[in-house]
Design a protein around this ligand. Structure first.
Ligand SMILES: CC(C)(COP(=O)(O)OP(=O)(O)OC[C@H]1O[C@@H](n2cnc3c(N)ncnc32)[C@H](O)[C@@H]1OP(=O)(O)O)[C@@H](O)C(=O)NCCC(=O)NCCS
Length: 156
């Protein structure tokens, strides 16, 4: 078991979270998506307003090992899991599981009936293992590039 703690995210984490987001997609997700798709996906990091809103309006949980952030997850509106990303060098160490458990507990605490997400091909096995069902496969167009993901839901 790795030695990481789970804590609430804060605005000063933003730059490190964005770097983790880009690094993880450009390494881990290349197994499931092509170069143009990866480029279109990571370009969303440039949307300053979106990221400011994530940090100020969403419930953000961060996994930290010593001084390094090794993963993060966010919950929007109490029932939508928006982000779940684990550092490229810390995959399969149970970090997403701990983050997800915190997010699910928060949704339950808020008396939500379900938890929804738009899930990448890469993350689909993790979500299935955590009781999510696929509602539909969907094709998103980002910067003119088609990116397939899955609308998934879990009853709470
Ligand atoms: C999906 C992701 C968040 C999982 O993070 P992780 O910390 O490696 O996951 P965990 O170690 O907590 O996994 C818990 C369990 O989920 C399942 N699981 C996780 N990743 C899996 C994979 N790639 N294939 C199959 N099962 C997987 C396993 O049952 C695992 O338990 P085990 O390692 O004992 O077998 C991580 O791979 C990631 O950052 N992916 C890229 C970013 C991404 O696509 N995010 C989602 C956007 S919607």
């Amino acid at each position: 078991m790795q030695n990481f703690v789970i804590r609430e995210g804060q605005i000063t984490d933003l730059t490190e979270l964005q770097k983790l987001f880009v690094d993880t997609i450009t390494t881990i997700c290349t197994a499931d998506y092509g170069t143009e798709q990866i480029k279109a996906w990571t370009s969303s990091v440039k949307n300053k307003q979106r990221w400011q809103e994530i940090m100020t309006k969403q419930f953000v949980m961060v996994a930290q090992e010593e001084s390094k952030i090794v993963g993060f997850a966010t919950l929007n509106n109490g029932n939508y899991l928006d982000f779940l990303y684990v550092h490229k060098d810390h995959q399969r160490q149970g970090i997403a599981q701990r983050l997800f458990d915190t997010i699910e507990a928060k949704a339950r605490q808020l008396k939500q009936y379900s938890l929804d997400s738009d899930v990448s091909k890469t993350a689909k096995p993790f979500f299935e293992r955590n009781g999510f069902k696929i509602l539909q496969e969907q094709t998103n167009i980002r910067q003119g590039v088609e990116i397939i993901n899955y609308k998934m839901t879990k009853q709470l």
